[in-house]
Design a protein around this ligand. Structure first.
Ligand code: S3P
Length: 439
């Protein structure tokens, strides 16, 4: 696939449902008693991998037409041993959250994924989950494929997160559901709280209080009666980020993205774009199913470089590839700090961003976990061929980069986009974008 300069982007769109919330809606629906109806579920490959795994574990999750999904739950602790390997494809969230659930079920399961997921560290969850009494047999470095035997008599734990990760936090809290007593996670830096919000929505007791020395203590009471509850999934801000930044960069553009979830622990990108002088307006602000939602209107205009503090990283961890693209068009230097976690995403994103920008004529530097991009206040040269390395966000970010470049920007593999945003190309081209299927 490739992009080249094109006419302004213009129109109103909706982006697919939030990936984090979609995974949780399926999983918590599977652990509830009764039938959960989900509206707006993301039907991307990652979420479909979660649905398939839950079905293999004895729950029943299926589409019910017009974008709705129905999940018939088995109750907390009610999942059954799967007869075959659980293949979670590209999806880190599926793997880490499901391992939390499996860790306190009396069963043995074998879990794997694609080449990207098999490279990613799982010890960050197997280590705390072992403390509940679960047993894991993993490849070297705690990697997939792995086998998990859930604890027959789980012991509740108190766990302090060594890395700011909502997946690790959620994994431990989910293990705590089928464990007697109270399970506590201490997070020094706040990460997305969809798990806490949705567990409460299903009737669990989840308390959050300030932790000694800063951060939060999050406690879930074991053996809750989760009751099926309807869920409306908002649009994914991590997907909206791509058409949003495209509209800012292509001169003359004006795009409205309707119904975007704006959980404050996800919306760090908007803070950055605001500091860079972007014209992004929130309209029609409202609340849907316990999550703040708004329409975002973006108009093209000049951007300036900014210094992005490390403390913001957990609130926008998936948005650095597209922020770096915006920085490449901005006037002056953008410094993005505290990016160590980018090394263990679907690819080593820190290297992928730097290598890709460099191949398109952008001055870029990586120093430890800091990324610096020097923008000229206009489109970079372009002309690079980007290795997407099974990483959907690298693929989409660089297609957006090419939308103003003199030379086309090509990506070697567009297939990973389907993990989170299956209609990305059609949606961008429907706004007037020029993404070509062939190089
Ligand atoms: C996610 C948490 C983040 C994020 C991922 C989705 C989640 O990962 O990058 O895309 O749904 O909890 P980490 O928890 O590893 O930071």
């Amino acid at each position: 696939m490739s992009t080249r300069p094109n006419a302004p982007l213009f129109g109103k769109i909706r982006v697919p449902g939030d990936k984090s919330i979609s995974h949780r809606a399926l999983m918590f629906g599977a652990l509830a008693v009764g039938r959960t109806e989900i509206t707006g579920l993301l039907e991307g490959e990652d979420v479909l991998a979660t649905a398939a795994a839950l079905n293999a574990l004895g729950a029943a999750a299926a589409p019910a037409g017009d974008g709705r999904w129905i999940v018939d739950g088995v109750g907390v602790g009610g999942l059954a041993e799967p007869q075959n390997l659980l293949d979670l494809g590209n999806s880190g969230t599926s793997a880490r959250l499901l391992l939390g659930i499996l860790a306190t079920h009396r069963l043995t399961a074998f879990v794997t994924g694609d080449a990207s997921l098999r490279r990613r560290p799982m010890s960050r969850v197997t280590e705390p989950l072992s403390r509940f009494g679960a047993h894991f047999l993993t490849r070297d470095g705690g990697r997939l494929p792995l086998a998990v035997t859930g604890a027959a008599e789980p012991i509740p734990i108190e766990y302090r997160l060594p890395v700011p990760s909502a997946q690790v936090k959620s994994s431990v809290l989910l293990a705590g559901l089928n464990t007697p007593g109270a399970t506590t996670v201490i997070e020094p830096q706040a990460t997305r709280d969809h798990t806490e919000r949705m567990l409460r929505h299903f009737g669990a007791t989840v308390t959050t209080e300030p932790a000694e020395g800063g951060g939060k203590r999050i406690t879930v009471e074991g053996y809750p009666e989760l009751a099926a509850a309807p869920i409306t999934v908002p649009g994914d801000i991590s997907s909206a980020a791509f058409p949003l930044v495209a509209a800012l960069l292509v001169p003359g553009s004006e795009v409205t993205i309707e119904g975007v979830g704006l959980n404050p622990l996800r919306a760090g990108l908007l803070e950055c774009l605001n500091e860079m002088g972007a014209d992004v307006v929130l309209e029609n602000e409202r609340e849907e199913a316990g999550e703040p939602v708004a329409d975002l209107r973006a108009r093209a205009g000049a951007l300036t470089g900014a210094d992005i503090p490390a403390e913001r990283a957990p609130r926008m961890i998936d948005e650095y590839p597209i922020l770096a693209v915006a920085a490449a068009y901005a006037r002056g230097r953008t410094v993005m700090r505290g990016l160590a976690e980018l090394r263990v995403k679907e690819s080593d994103r820190l290297t992928a961003i730097a290598t890709g920008l460099d191949s398109c004529g952008v001055r870029v530097a990586v120093d430890g976990d800091t990324l610096t991009v020097e923008g000229n206040g206009g489109p970079p040269d372009g002309g690079g061929l980007i290795a997407t390395q099974l990483d959907h966000r690298i693929a989409m970010a660089f297609l957006v980069l090419g939308m103003g470049c003199r030379e086309p920007v090509r990506i070697d593999d567009g297939a990973p986009i389907a993990t989170s945003f299956p209609d990305f190309v059609a949606l961008i081209n429907g706004l007037g974008g020029g993404i070509a299927a062939a190089p």
